[in-house]
Design a protein around this ligand. Sequence first.
Ligand code: ATP
Length: 306
Amino acid sequence: LIQLAIPLNFIGFVYREIRQGLTDIEHMFDLLDVQAEVLDRPDAKELEIERGAIAFRDVHFAYDGARPILKGISFEVPAGKTVAVVGPSGAGKSTLSRLLYRFYDVQTGSITIDGQDVRDVTQKSLRAVIGMVPQDTVLFNDTIAYNIRYGRVTATEAEVEAAAEAAQIADFIRDLPEGFRAMVGERGLKLSGGEKQRVAIARTILKAPPILILDEATSALDTKTEQEIQAALDVVSRNRTTLVIAHRLSTVINADEIIVLKDGVIAERGTHGELLDRDGLYASMWNRQREATQAEEQLKRVRESD
Ligand code: ATP
């Protein structure tokens, strides 16, 4: 019986490993919202990247073909600049990033990178030039070093550590008993949303893409974590064409342009200062968020003095 139990046990182990692997992949596709129907054209070319300028031109889009989500969106992200998209929940902000990464195709209008329509180039060449820091990063059941190195598998140990340093996560990792060899993911150490996002930033620093899409997590972060993430983002977005889907206004203050999206159209656009002067939707969002932060900090002070 023992002779039979051991191989059965082993089969069980292999089965669980394979299942876990599949779960990782399913998970990743779920999170990335991947649609299988976006296919390369038979004559698709490699994207030829020059400086990485992005242009959305009169983009219309509906997920189901009926309820329009984007209704004529036009804006540019000049090479090396940062554009932030803000707006109420459900306005279509993340949809813009999914269209740029070409998980879906626009219904009418176009999205181009350095003048090339994203529908005319291979998905592989498109995604090779874009670094995506998603809202919720998938961590593999492996070491934290493996998870960072995923950005560029040929990276050396020193490069992985330097990326972690730049992403403001190195100190946290060094404090772990097993350091960079600590296991993370569902069966290892569970990282917080802010820590996971910094792992994703470290990955992207290693990938060093010319274009960056940053989809901020909606979850509230404490001020220290927010500042650490901001510092990490400043490093990774420097001189890169960056599209930020922003939930925290601290990220948008320094953006070259802010697009305020509401009900699928651009309601306002401009720099932080210009939009505050306008005293419209952005200004009211800003004031609301500032009041919420102040109230939170006051509550914290009261709790600390108890
Ligand atoms: P949030 O700030 O809450 O993240 P958002 O502005 O990023 O919101 P999107 O994620 O772009 O909003 O979604 C815009 C609209 O499209 C929402 O009404 C949403 O329900 C709908 N939507 C998003 N993904 C899908 C999908 N895969 N299929 C159908 N509808 C979708």
